[in-house]
Design a protein around this ligand. Structure first.
Ligand SMILES: *[C@@H]1O[C@H](CO)[C@@H](O)[C@H](O)[C@H]1NC(C)=O
Ligand SMILES: *[C@@H]1O[C@H](CO)[C@@H](O)[C@H](O)[C@H]1NC(C)=O
Ligand SMILES: *[C@@H]1O[C@H](CO)[C@@H](O)[C@H](O)[C@H]1NC(C)=O
Ligand SMILES: *[C@@H]1O[C@H](CO)[C@@H](O)[C@H](O)[C@H]1NC(C)=O
Ligand SMILES: *[C@@H]1O[C@H](CO)[C@@H](O)[C@H](O)[C@H]1NC(C)=O
Ligand SMILES: *[C@@H]1O[C@H](CO)[C@@H](O)[C@H](O)[C@H]1NC(C)=O
Ligand SMILES: *[C@@H]1O[C@H](CO)[C@@H](O)[C@H](O)[C@H]1NC(C)=O
Length: 210
């Protein structure tokens, strides 16, 4: 009886590990390039970090932020369009798939911190189009894949990119925002409890076996 019992315990551990790995437990802020930040030296044509290598070592989830520690000599362009990304330029880009984030300061070399919330799942790209694309061509560019994780937190639930469609009846408007805010946490909670009940079921079955 000892062997099946050990095996059952092993299965529980594997189930718990898989669960822990699959479920994000909180939102993260990812500082782009780590301590090196988001900088380009236009004398040497060198980036301060290898951004694709940096990105490959992170897990990006909905509701996380990218934090660009930089100065106004670099830009932060977000795009969902591979053509725009490969061109290193915003010139022919569409307003619907490409966005520039700026710290609101136009003076050369002023320190800025730019926070970009991740609000859409899937592949997206970031680059600096400064110096007529030279920065991007020399590595101020990277790709990330955003996974679902916990889903969007209420604070980011109606971000600008997927446009908010107002309710048709003006009379309903007063009631709609509270309803929207209340709806999303329970649906997240139900998913969590569904997952936990599955785990519980495994635990119960296993204790019967053992
Ligand atoms: C992450 O960044 C956002 C935007 O700057 C900020 O509001 C939030 O407090 C940060 N969260 C953590 C855990 O640092
Ligand atoms: C760029 O690199 C050169 C050579 O390493 C260095 O002298 C210069 O200070 C750097 N410029 C900036 C803005 O970091
Ligand atoms: C930097 O790159 C540009 C082209 O993007 C090139 O003309 C220039 O010579 C390069 N400078 C150095 C120091 O490599
Ligand atoms: C990710 O970064 C950590 C800390 O720098 C390092 O120990 C680890 O090997 C890296 N992982 C990958 C897959 O690059
Ligand atoms: C990407 O942007 C280009 C313009 O730069 C546009 O012609 C093209 O249709 C866009 N691609 C998609 C998939 O939207
Ligand atoms: C920013 O760019 C300007 C103009 O190219 C240059 O003179 C200055 O040294 C740069 N500053 C930093 C901090 O990179
Ligand atoms: C378990 O949780 C994950 C992540 O929240 C979710 O994608 C999945 O649908 C859930 N599974 C069940 C059975 O609810």
């Amino acid at each position: 009886m000892a062997a099946p019992r050990a095996m059952a315990l092993c299965l529980i551990e594997v189930a718990l590990l898989i669960y822990a790995a699959a479920a994000a437990t909180s939102y993260s802020n990812h500082t782009v390039g780590g301590d090196a930040g988001w900088f380009f030296n236009s004398t040497t044509n060198k980036t301060s970090a290898d951004y694709n290598a940096w990105a490959a070592n992170q897990t990006f989830n909905l509701g996380d932020y990218l934090i660009f520690n930089t100065n106004t000599n670099q830009t932060v362009i977000q795009t969902y369009n591979t053509t725009t990304y490969n061109s290193c330029s915003m010139d022919d880009s569409l307003d619907t798939d490409t966005f520039q984030y700026d710290g609101g300061n136009n003076e050369f070399g002023s320190a800025v911190v730019i926070s970009v919330p991740l609000t859409i799942e899937g592949t997206q790209y970031y680059f600096s189009d400064a110096d007529d694309g030279k920065q991007c061509q020399h590595g101020m560019a990277f790709e990330i894949k955003v996974t679902h994780g916990l889903g969007l937190p209420p604070s980011l639930n109606q971000p600008p990119p997927p446009p908010y469609v107002p309710p048709p009846e003006p009379a309903d408007q007063a009631q709609t925002p509270p309803i929207t805010v209340v709806t999303s946490p329970p649906s997240g909670g139900m998913r969590t409890s569904a997952n936990f009940s599955w785990l519980l079921l495994v635990l119960v079955l296993v204790s019967f076996l053992a």
